[in-house]
Ligand binder design. Structure first.
Ligand SMILES: *[C@@H]1O[C@H](CO)[C@@H](O)[C@H](O)[C@H]1NC(C)=O
Ligand SMILES: *[C@@H]1O[C@H](CO)[C@@H](O)[C@H](O)[C@H]1NC(C)=O
Ligand SMILES: *[C@@H]1O[C@H](CO)[C@@H](O)[C@H](O)[C@H]1NC(C)=O
Ligand SMILES: *[C@@H]1O[C@H](CO)[C@@H](O)[C@H](O)[C@H]1NC(C)=O
Ligand SMILES: *[C@@H]1O[C@H](CO)[C@@H](O)[C@H](O)[C@H]1NC(C)=O
Ligand SMILES: *[C@@H]1O[C@H](CO)[C@@H](O)[C@H](O)[C@H]1NC(C)=O
Ligand SMILES: *[C@@H]1O[C@H](CO)[C@@H](O)[C@H](O)[C@H]1NC(C)=O
Ligand SMILES: *[C@@H]1O[C@H](CO)[C@@H](O)[C@H](O)[C@H]1NC(C)=O
Ligand SMILES: *[C@@H]1O[C@H](CO)[C@@H](O)[C@H](O)[C@H]1NC(C)=O
Ligand SMILES: *[C@@H]1O[C@H](CO)[C@@H](O)[C@H](O)[C@H]1NC(C)=O
Ligand SMILES: *[C@@H]1O[C@H](CO)[C@@H](O)[C@H](O)[C@H]1NC(C)=O
Ligand SMILES: *[C@@H]1O[C@H](CO)[C@@H](O)[C@H](O)[C@H]1NC(C)=O
Length: 464
């Protein structure tokens, strides 16, 4: 038998006899195991046969997922990923396949796996060897091939769980989560290049959905470890480690090409950032629109990080020339941004493998090995930012000069300095008492009330 379904013959007869077209049961996905035969058709068949109220099991084998797959309209499906899913170890083949797939694209890329439905769980094997996704990204990074790169997967599910999945050498972006009510547990990413120098924009998670919790993450990646992007609401990302040259726990980028982007209610808690370019990072494009509200980074440990806390509301492609003019004088507004207990040490070297320009894309006038905090704010669009329990130290050889900050006080909303927690200037990090704890006053309101108050406040400020 080609497909080793566990459905018994009597059960099948009963199913046909009752003329029920519902696709339910248990399916086991056969693996060709030869590394040549494309297993994607067999995977697709299992998900079609077991689309509803089902359990789908991958056996402990390497599956050649050589064609992009779209698994849609799933309902109450548990996937036991006891095997591994391998993309083609051949760049041309990947490019040709992603070029013609009908899989629904996300903002910048098309996913190899597109998964959509309700009540879907993907449970990776407890054994490290299994439950893996292999992208064979090394060969792409080696030659800096950025053409027709797939995103690994989109999980566009309502009520979803991803547990114990391991992503090994992805080509570029990892999981995109636009769905809602999703938990991600114990996720693993190895996007560390073999020669240690370069990895190409490997974002581990793009979160644009609602009510998403990432609990447990261990990864080495270039680019953002977590990127919370437009549309995201009620996001918690906690208990993780980001190594290699990660670009941080990021909000954004938001507002590219003047887009109206919004993000609300995000908590990053209990992370260790090692060798990262940034720890806590916010980025919105110069000339952006929209807003980001209620974002907290809490209990973040920095080990050899270039910049601990970073906000820019003036992001632009540094390698594509000078900062474009902001003719409309707009920016993505930010409000209720909290940093609590951010501690650790800076690195001696803020270069990372994604530098393809000189100065590097992350260069900022005045940055040194001692710069712990950078607030590159757009005037009068940043409201209620506070930093408490900040203990960021330079690397030992630069310790004599102490920690410094880059912050333009003229970009602060009047009165904002009183709640900031450190002196906004270009100079040493000077902790200041928080005189006006507006956060507690604001948190008494419902989110919508807060937004109305904020919108009113911004309107008042902008009309001044
Ligand atoms: C979900 O599917 C399982 C079989 O995997 C079944 O036992 C269970 O009853 C289904 N739940 C609902 C609510 O239908
Ligand atoms: C599965 O594929 C991965 C990636 O090529 C390889 O490292 C591993 O040894 C393979 N496992 C088996 C059992 O063939
Ligand atoms: C890679 O894929 C392309 C396109 O499918 C094919 O022409 C080529 O022979 C493959 N290369 C190898 C080494 O298999
Ligand atoms: C992608 O598709 C376009 C047209 O649909 C074609 O011109 C191009 O050559 C394709 N690229 C690759 C790498 O297959
Ligand atoms: C590492 O990879 C880069 C390309 O990403 C290449 O330029 C460099 O020569 C490689 N280094 C070694 C030691 O292989
Ligand atoms: C997610 O699925 C919904 C329908 O359920 C669809 O409208 C939306 O475009 C999908 N989003 C992505 C990014 O695939
Ligand atoms: C949020 O998602 C979780 C599953 O991760 C679910 O248990 C919870 O009910 C959801 N909350 C709301 C308000 O929908
Ligand atoms: C913090 O996260 C780490 C994993 O990175 C975990 O081992 C530890 O238990 C977490 N601490 C708390 C207090 O939850
Ligand atoms: C994920 O977010 C990053 C950072 O904002 C962005 O560069 C990337 O294009 C996004 N990827 C997708 C597939 O949306
Ligand atoms: C702020 O966001 C966090 C994380 O999602 C949430 O727990 C909290 O309730 C939000 N606060 C307000 C005032 O909505
Ligand atoms: C900084 O790091 C880059 C890449 O990691 C490395 O090539 C370079 O030599 C380092 N520079 C210093 C001054 O350590
Ligand atoms: C301290 O700062 C001064 C002036 O910027 C610089 O010349 C010197 O090299 C720095 N010393 C250390 C140890 O960082």
């Amino acid at each position: 038998m080609l497909f080793s379904d566990k459905k018994s013959i009597p059960a099948l007869i009963a199913l046909f006899a009752s003329f029920i077209a519902v696709k339910a049961g248990e399916c086991t996905v056969p693996a060709s195991g030869d590394g040549i035969t494309d297993d994607s058709p067999a995977i697709l068949k299992a998900f079609t046969d077991c689309q509803k109220d089902s359990i789908i099991t991958f056996t402990a084998a390497n599956y050649s997922a050589f064609t992009p797959i779209s698994l849609t309209d799933l309902s109450n499906v548990t996937v036991r990923l006891n095997g591994n899913l391998l993309l083609p170890n051949n760049m041309t083949r990947v490019q040709q396949a992603i070029n013609i797939t009908q899989n629904q694209a996300s903002t910048y890329a098309t996913p190899w796996f597109y998964i959509q439905g309700t009540d879907v769980q993907i449970l990776g094997s407890d054994e490290f060897e299994w439950g893996q996704f292999h992208g064979f990204g090394q060969q792409w990074w080696d030659i800096g091939n950025r053409i027709l790169r797939p995103q690994l997967a989109t999980f566009n599910v309502t009520n979803g769980l991803l547990r114990g999945l391991k992503v090994i050498k992805p080509i570029a972006w990892g999981w995109n989560l636009p769905g809602q009510n999703i938990r991600v547990e114990n996720h693993f990413v190895d996007a560390m290049p073999n020669n240690g120098t370069r990895t190409d924009t490997v974002v581990s998670f793009n979160l644009s959905g609602r009510n998403i919790t990432v609990d447990g993450y261990y990864g080495h990646n270039g680019d953002d470890c977590i990127s919370v992007i437009n549309g995201a609401r009620d996001i918690v990302a906690k208990n993780g480690y980001c190594g290699f040259s990660s670009h941080g726990l990021s909000i954004g980028s938001l507002g590219r090409n003047g887009a109206e982007h919004t993000v609300q209610n995000v908590l990053f808690k209990n992370w260790t950032m090692e060798g990262a370019v940034y720890g806590a990072r916010f980025k919105s494009w110069t000339g952006g629109r929209g807003w980001a509200d209620n974002i907290t980074w809490e209990d973040i440990t920095l080990i050899d990080v270039s910049t601990g806390i970073f906000i820019t509301q003036n992001y632009y492609d540094q390698d594509k020339g000078p900062r474009p003019p902001n003719n409309e004088k707009t920016s993505t507004r930010i409000s209720n941004i909290f940093y609590k207990n951010i501690k650790g040490t800076l690195t001696t070297n803020w270069t990372d493998g994604t530098c393809i320009s000189n100065p590097c894309w992350n260069y900022i006038d005045g940055i040194t090995h001692n710069t712990g905090i950078i607030f590159d704010l757009f005037p009068e669009t940043a409201l209620n930012i506070s930093a408490v329990d900040i203990d960021i130290k330079p690397a030992p050889q630069f310790a004599a000069n102490g920690t410094t900050v880059l912050c333009d006080p003229s970009a602060l909303v009047p009165g904002e300095q009183d709640g900031l927690g450190f002196k906004c200037h270009n100079g040493p990090l000077i902790i200041t008492p928080i005189v006006v704890p507006t956060s507690s006053a604001l948190s008494a309101y419902s989110a919508s009330t807060v937004m109305m108050v904020l919108v009113a406040a911004f309107s008042a400020i902008l009309s001044m």
